[in-house]
Design a protein. Structure first.
Length: 120
């Protein structure tokens, strides 16, 4: 298993889209897709951001690559996302958009995130 396969497995278990994980991790959707397919490498900083977006410790992600189940305090537990009803509705609405309008929505959200980060 390579790092992209582990990330994809976690993302799918959580029923998350490439777009939602990429946005939360500050990644480009196309880059995350290439990473999941093993066509791109990832820096440690980006790996940490992806692990955080998937609500898992980076060490647990690396243990998945070793093929060993994490143990003790670092035991990996599949994450059940507790989305609010508003977030679920937004996710459903986003899924109904055509690709052009998804891209527009994603760009709007990316700009909002940039603004919010610059205010902090």
């Amino acid at each position: 298993m390579h790092i992209g396969e582990a990330l994809r497995s976690l993302r799918l278990r959580q029923r998350r889209t490439l777009e939602s994980v990429a946005l939360e991790a500050g990644f480009d959707t196309a880059n995350l897709s290439r990473l999941e397919r093993g066509e791109q490498t990832v820096s440690l900083d980006r790996l940490i951001a992806l692990a955080a977006a998937l609500k898992i410790r980076p060490s647990d992600l690396l243990r998945m690559l070793e093929g060993s189940a994490p143990s003790g305090e670092t035991e990996f537990k599949e994450v059940e996302l507790a989305y609010s009803s508003e977030t679920q509705a937004l996710n459903r609405a986003y899924g109904m958009l055509d690709s052009h309008h998804r891209l527009i929505g994603l760009r709007i959200i990316q700009e909002l995130v940039k603004v919010q980060r610059s205010v902090r």
